[in-house]
Design a protein. Structure first.
Length: 394
């Protein structure tokens, strides 16, 4: 009885006291090693996951060690961080919540991103890999990276490699549907396809987004709205403001829509009518700050752009650090973040159903290994340990 009570108390601590979670599975993806749920998606009782994983390392039995008091790896490469990094991979996992999980695809990768069609019929996957055991090329800041682009049209069971220049990084994928979409890479650069990835056209990006000293410069944020407009944000240090550009589908050149002085854009969500909601953090981008200033309080703020006016909707307390903003199925706003007031930091959500005037903050607890919010169904998924939970945020 005592052990059961302890388990209940522990679960309450992990999941928070203000939320109504429902347990779905107690051994979620437990058999795939090394353990980790990856970037998973659930549809009815079926799941797909894109999982970046480290290689498994093993140690010799005590009787086989040269010194029985010290652990020894079974293979020499396990001692090398570079060799270990080279053996990282991305997997596509497929299965049922109450059944076996199968590896459908695996490729060496140290970075990856994917796009999954709403009906799961089509998947795109981009991978990046560099040899971490070689010395840095003379006079260069970065090692060369090999980029590949893959596509599946049967829910991830079979894959084809699409034609793509291996020296052109792909960091993010944003698609309207299986045939039309964008790729965003270092530079920054943007490419567009209208024929399911058979051909790609590079589009111009705002001149101020480039950094001549850094060939791997990226946008602070790129988001595709429900209105089929691609929006990109970057910080203009000379103007001390974030610039948000908009690129409607079918147009080749983006136009500046609005700016947010003194804030870095963290996320953007736009509805079908083109109303834009922005989550920002006060101050310049994190890595542009001097090290001594990076831990200073930086409040998160939610804004609304209606096409002509920028309105400041709400500022959260400095200890609530926001990193995602969603539109719920019932046209609410969902703030996703971390409460950094505690030592370990708790996951929190805040929901507004009155256009951002008032917010209900909920503590989701600690120890999440993964999860996501499904903007189509209003279901929020969370993994703690080997357990999968769900709750509804309509």
């Amino acid at each position: 009885m005592l052990s059961l009570l302890t388990a209940v108390i522990a679960a309450s601590s992990i999941l928070g006291n203000d939320t109504n979670w429902e347990s779905v599975s107690n051994d979620f993806m437990q058999e795939d090693r090394p353990y980790g749920p990856g970037d998973f998606r659930i549809r009815n009782d079926r799941l797909l996951s894109m999982k970046l994983t480290n290689p498994e390392v093993t140690t010799k039995p005590q009787e086989e060690r040269s010194d029985p008091t010290k652990a020894e790896f079974t293979e020499q490469w396990m001692y090398s961080p570079g060799e270990t990094a080279n053996r990282r991979s991305v997997r596509i996992l497929d299965g049922n919540l109450d059944g076996e999980i199968a590896r459908r695809f695996e490729e060496p990768a140290q970075r990856s991103d994917w796009w999954l069609a709403p009906d799961w019929s089509t998947l795109y996957l981009a991978t990046g890999w560099s040899d971490r055991t070689t010395e840095m090329p003379s006079g260069q800041r970065y090692r060369p990276e090999l980029t590949q682009l893959f596509k599946s049209t049967d829910q991830g069971r079979e894959w084809e490699r699409l034609r793509w220049p291996e020296d052109q990084n792909i960091t993010f994928l944003h698609f309207l549907d299986a045939q039309r979409g964008y790729l965003i890479g270092w530079g920054p650069k943007i490419w567009r396809t209208t024929d399911g990835g058979e051909h790609w056209n590079e589009l111009p990006v705002p001149e101020g987004a480039h950094n001549p000293e850094d060939p791997r410069e990226q946008f602070d944020l790129v988001a595709l709205g429900e209105d089929n407009v691609l929006r990109m944000a970057f910080y203009d240090h000379a103007a001390d403001a974030s610039r948000i550009h908009a690129l409607p589908w079918g147009e080749d050149t983006s136009q500046q829509a609005f700016t947010i002085p003194g804030h870095t854009v963290m996320d953007i969500a736009a509805n079908t009518e083109g109303t834009v909601y922005v989550l920002s953090t006060q101050g310049t981008p994190y890595f542009s700050l001097p090290s001594e200033a990076r831990n200073a309080p930086r409040p998160s703020v939610v804004w609304c752009w209606n096409g002509s006016t920028l309105q400041r909707l709400h500022e959260f307390p400095p200890e609530l650090k926001g990193y995602a903003l969603y539109l719920t199925p019932s046209e609410g706003l969902l703030f996703d973040g971390i409460d950094e007031s505690s030592l370990l930091g708790n996951n929190v959500t805040a929901v507004s159903y009155d256009g951002g005037t008032s917010w209900q903050v909920e503590d989701e607890g600690r120890s999440a290994q993964g999860g996501y919010y499904d903007t189509r169904t209003g279901t929020r998924w969370r993994v703690s340990g080997y357990s999968l939970y769900q709750r509804e945020i309509p």
